[in-house]
Ligand binder design. Structure first.
Ligand SMILES: [Mg+2]
Length: 222
């Protein structure tokens, strides 16, 4: 059963905004793990990712540690890895329905622009934000450029996109699976845990346990 502690009916409003996490939410994969598989560091990286998503590690620090294992990969790895990305069932229906009803859709990711940009463009998203990997002479250095998109950055980004679309925060929806999604879920009008870690399910307004993003539509009145 889906336990609902809060609800939102976007049909009451002219404007609404849906923001999704990417790894294990919009897509079935964890981008860092796809890259780590190419670098031969998958076991180490998957163990750290699992702990970070359960909220046991500082996200930014743990991301730097995981990205450091990618040093030396050629940038052609992005083409290889892109073909391994699987969109989560119902993602296209969710995005198309929200947009057809006049809403906006953004995704904010602790993953990487290098993989997200083509996907976001093909899905017709209104906004997207992720980390950027440092590349020198065609080779990944193992470093992340600039500030890391962590839990606070995700929440700040949702607020920024709400302002950009003149959407009241009460008419925003955040969907995610990891501990680094909890802050954006807290600032949103409705926080939906999607096949999430226990800590996330406990704190969300609603927990979806079926891997079908279109199930979020009925939770927001569409
Ligand atoms: Mg995630």
């Amino acid at each position: 059963m889906t336990e609902v502690r809060n609800s939102l009916d976007v049909t009451d409003s002219k404007r609404f905004l849906v923001v999704l996490d990417v790894d294990s939410t919009l897509i079935e994969n964890e981008a860092i793990e796809l890259l780590a598989a190419e670098a031969g560091s998958l076991d180490l990286v998957a163990a750290v990712t699992e702990r970070a998503m359960r909220g046991e590690l500082d996200f930014a620090e743990s991301l730097r540690e995981r990205v450091s294992t990618l040093a030396g990969l050629p940038e052609s790895v992005f083409d290889t890895v892109r073909s391994h990305i699987t969109l989560t069932q119902g993602a296209q229906k969710l995005i198309a329905t929200v947009k057809a009803q006049g809403g906006s859709v953004g995704v904010v990711s602790g993953g990487f622009h290098e993989l997200l940009d083509p996907l976001a463009e093909s899905l017709g998203l209104d906004f997207w934000k992720a980390n950027r990997l440092e590349i020198k002479d065609g080779i990944l250095t193992g470093k992340v450029l600039g500030d890391i998109v962590d839990a606070q950055a995700k929440a700040d980004t949702l607020i920024e996109w709400a302002e950009a679309t003149a959407t009241p925060l009460s008419q925003t929806v955040a969907i995610g699976d990891g501990a680094n999604d909890l802050k954006m879920m807290a600032v949103a009008g409705l926080g939906i845990a999607f096949c999430a870690k226990p800590v996330v399910q406990d704190k969300a307004d609603v927990a979806l346990k079926e891997r079908d993003l279109s199930k979020a539509l009925e939770l927001i009145g569409l």
